[in-house]
Design a binder for this molecule. Structure first.
Ligand code: NAD
Length: 508
């Protein structure tokens, strides 16, 4: 561990806000403002930094290095140098490191949640929940690591013997979004390390401090230098991304983010024919049939639509409610939404925080304006909340939505629930599937035959039946259509980071 340099405390304490923030943590040394490469805390070679704002207040929390192509190459080289020794470790040894990392995350749950609240804005309950969800990926994959066995296969040729072994893909480039500053990263690093890969993760420009704190915990967990490298960037993101996608050393890129950026990264990766996993945007249909349990459907819709103020990729975006239950649902759902308390995530009693930035607020405003212009009726909300801050928007319910409104075809990624009415199962399935993307879909019904039928008919990677919450480390997460390909979590998650090598022994 001789390569470890002490954290740059001088810079951490360089602004009053940063100082105040650091001291709010139980363990202030988790507030890092540098990148972690080859087991050392480093600045950008250029010395450039970018500022990170608290979305609730607009104040600068601190700064992070603005890394370049050259810095990224240093991280890639470190990951490549660490690979031969790391991949040779027995799975159980890598498992112990991951398990230690899991324990450290749980021991530091509050501090990690505080970092998430500062930079992402989500309410404390959501932030604490995210840390557990995120840590669970390390626990889950620590259990998968020792079980990465192959098969023995009866050969077609007499005298031959065939078996397979699972080997790590190699150095992986990981790119993740701001909406789950911890979980999107651990969902990738957990299986990568379990498989024996080493990684370069580009942290989200809006939320890099949680990623840096995770690196500090990786260090404390005894993960060898070079195995986990974290680079950060805001303005140079495209440059850092292209360093990862064009590198021949990087054998795989796993990306979570928007469909547009996913398509770009796929093009960039084609010259080096990289293995890819893409978790892209969603536009989840949420269907309530006449025969649903109304209270359960309302609770499910609240959880699915408004978690993290509507900023999750599996958030319900289009709520289809059958005509016989439409008015009752609209009333009960709106009553619940009116009970939310919006404010800075770290304030007592706050259930819903701000949106991430002004661009997110603009999109939400545009979707609401478009719906209202075309006859949508606002039942609650509908306005920005400048008194709280520039990035706040009222939790909103709109009824009488029409299929050609913007919200029907685009992911809103904000706290707006649009209620569409429908008559028949065939009609609603058609509407639900009329989307370029297909990540999650939900429906509520007590009819068991319908449950099978609709679950099979929806063109999505994940279906919630009579539940609004589907994320589970034990279950495969991923989409179809323009929501991408590949699965994270579960026994399938590790396969994305493995190569199956076949060995034929002849002359037996
Ligand atoms: P985004 O695509 O703009 O950014 C995602 C990440 O990619 C960030 O780290 C960003 O810095 C980086 N990035 C942006 N341009 C890049 C480039 N040219 N090269 C390399 N990296 C680049 O998405 P966002 O707005 O930050 O996140 C919201 C989107 O992510 C939504 O569409 C949401 O549905 C999606 N998302 C999907 C999942 C999933 O599992 N399917 C999970 C969370 C979020």
């Amino acid at each position: 561990r001789s390569q470890i340099q002490p954290t740059n405390h001088l810079r951490i304490m360089s602004t009053p806000t940063a100082r105040r923030h650091a001291h709010t943590l139980k363990d202030p040394s988790l507030f890092k403002q540098q990148c972690y490469i080859n087991g050392a805390w480093v600045d950008a070679k250029s010395g450039k930094t970018f500022e990170v704002e608290d979305p609730a207040t607009g104040t600068v929390i601190g700064t992070m290095p603005e890394m370049s192509k050259e810095d990224t190459q240093t991280a890639i080289d470190a990951a490549a140098a660490a690979l031969p020794a790391f991949r040779q470790l027995p799975g159980r040894q890598r498992a112990r490191m991951l398990h230690k990392w899991f324990q450290l995350m749980m021991e530091n749950q509050e501090d990690l949640a505080t970092l998430i609240m500062w930079e992402n804005g989500k309410a404390k309950g959501d932030a604490m929940g995210e840390v557990v969800y995120a840590a669970n990926f390390f626990e889950w994959f620590s259990e998968e690591a020792p079980r990465a066995g192959g098969d023995t296969i009866p050969a077609s040729t007499a005298g031959n013997r065939v078996f397979t072994i699972k080997q790590p893909v190699g150095v992986c480039g990981l790119i993740t979004p701001w909406n789950f500053p911890a979980a999107m990263i651990t969902r990738k690093i957990g299986p990568a390390l379990a498989a024996g890969c080493t990684v370069v993760a580009k942290s989200p420009g809006e939320t890099p401090f949680t990623a840096a704190a995770l690196a500090e915990l990786a260090h404390r967990a005894g993960i060898p230098p070079g195995v986990v490298n974290i680079v950060s960037s805001l303005k140079n993101t495209a440059e850092v991304g292209s360093a990862l996608t064009s590198s021949d050393i990087v054998k795989k890129v796993s990306f979570t983010g928007s469909t547009g950026v996913g398509k770009l990264l796929m093009k960039q990766s084609s010259d080096s024919l990289k293995k890819l996993s893409f978790e892209l945007g969603g536009n989840a249909p949420f269907i309530v049939f006449n025969d649903a349990d109304l209270d359960a459907a309302v609770a499910g819709a609240i959880a699915s639509k408004f978690r993290a103020s509507g900023q999750t990729c599996v958030c319900a975006n289009r709520l289809y409610v059958q005509s016989g239950i439409y008015d009752d649902f609209a009333k009960a759902f709106t009553e619940k939404v009116k009970q939310f308390k919006v404010g800075p995530g770290d304030q007592e009693g706050v259930t819903h925080g701000p949106l991430i930035h002004d661009r997110a607020v603009s999109k939400v405003k545009a979707h609401v304006a478009d719906a209202v212009k075309q006859g949508g009726k606002v039942l609650t909300g509908g306005e920005a909340m400048p008194d709280l801050g520039a990035n706040f928007f009222q939790p909103t319910v709109i009824r009488d939505m029409k299929p050609d409104m913007q919200l029907a075809s685009e992911e809103t990624f904000g706290p707006v629930a649009g209620l569409f009415s429908f008559e028949s199962e065939a009609e609603v399935v058609k509407h639900a599937n009329n989307a370029e993307v297909g990540l999650a879909g939900y429906f509520f019904s007590k009819d068991i035959q319908r449950c099978y039928r609709v679950a099979e008919a929806l063109e999505v990677g994940m279906v919630g039946v009579n539940t609004g919450l589907i994320s589970d480390v034990a279950a495969p997460f991923g989409g179809v259509k323009w929501s991408g390909f590949g699965r994270e979590g579960s026994k399938y998650g590790i396969a994305e980071y493995q190569i199956i090598k076949m060995v034929t022994l002849g002359g037996m």
